[in-house]
Design a protein around this ligand. Sequence first.
Ligand SMILES: *Cc1c(COP(=O)(O)O)cnc(C)c1O
Length: 381
Amino acid sequence: MDIRTKSVHTGVYKDKSYNSVTTPIYPSSTFAFDALGKNRGYDYTRSGNPTRAALEENIASLEGGIGCSATATGMAAITASMFLLKAGDHVVTGDDIYGGTYRLFSKVLPQMGISFSFVNMRDLKKVKAAITSKTKMVWIETPSNPLLNIVDLEEVIGLAKSKTILTAVDNTFLSPYFQKPFEFGADLVVHSTTKYINGHSDVVGGAIIYNNKAIGERVRYMVNALGVSQAPFDAWLVLRGVKTLSQRMEAHQANALSIAKFLEGHKNVQKVYYPGLISHPQQDLIRKQMKGFGGMLAFELNTKKVELNKFFKKLKFFSLAESLGGVESLIEHPWLMSHSSMGVEGLKKSGITKETIRVSVGIEGHNDLIDDLSRALATAK
Ligand SMILES: *Cc1c(COP(=O)(O)O)cnc(C)c1O
């Protein structure tokens, strides 16, 4: 089945009473038993809920997994995934991962005895060198945030698998429409559904998708034990959003490509990071593992020519805000906003500068977006 058909139809028909064409919301916290030991598939909403189950079926099918747990936030999904590990275990991950993930990995989980190595994952030798006998997981994010560096999924997952190390891929940036980590052997795929999967900036949520029964059972056990599953109303909103994932991703990408080309030719822009530009140094890899380039881009603003605050203030259609993946365009400053928790050293190491601007390109008319940027970039200092 085409992914466009799956996202509209999978999991949604749950109303046997009235044949509604959309999934009902079941806000019930608990479900009555017909007799001792006999219920209709659900007992308590933290453990399972019909509305959430519909969403889980849908997302699992989009990623090509056998199941999914929908969680309260993306960080809840990442936290629950990390509880597959125990004290003493070691994890290898990238040095330019999402700021919130970096905070969890560098500040919170080490207190519980899990250690991390943050390396440049584009360099397989560095990944190899970081692996020890204690390494139990490799955590991959590609493309990276905000500089759109690409990690070779086949190579890194292959290396981990050869040492029976669990692999998890945060697929938030591209969504299953443009990238399918299971095709490269990943054990877990994680999403912040807050972003493209929901796509309308009106809910926070996460998902853990698995394609192995034993791992799936452990994930579902953890999500229930930790109490991080998604509320029925929120799951319903995400299910509503995911139906247009394909169409939105195409629109995000078309706009992002136009804007990236425009920015690349602008005299007040020093550099543009976007996988769809020929100037992106990882062309072969992009073609090998991605079905598209996505809607995120970053650029280096020449702040000698354009003052940051004036630039942001002049923009009409790009809100100065964190988050990404919604229908509306957002712009932000990773150094002071989304990635500030990395600290100056971490920021420098990952290549983020005080001039780096990240853009989540929305689905508005590309001419309006380019006119808007053009006016703001013309602001002389
Ligand atoms: C936003 C984001 C997260 C965290 O998700 P929340 O829903 O904000 O908790 C994790 N990974 C990536 C790549 C993200 O963009």
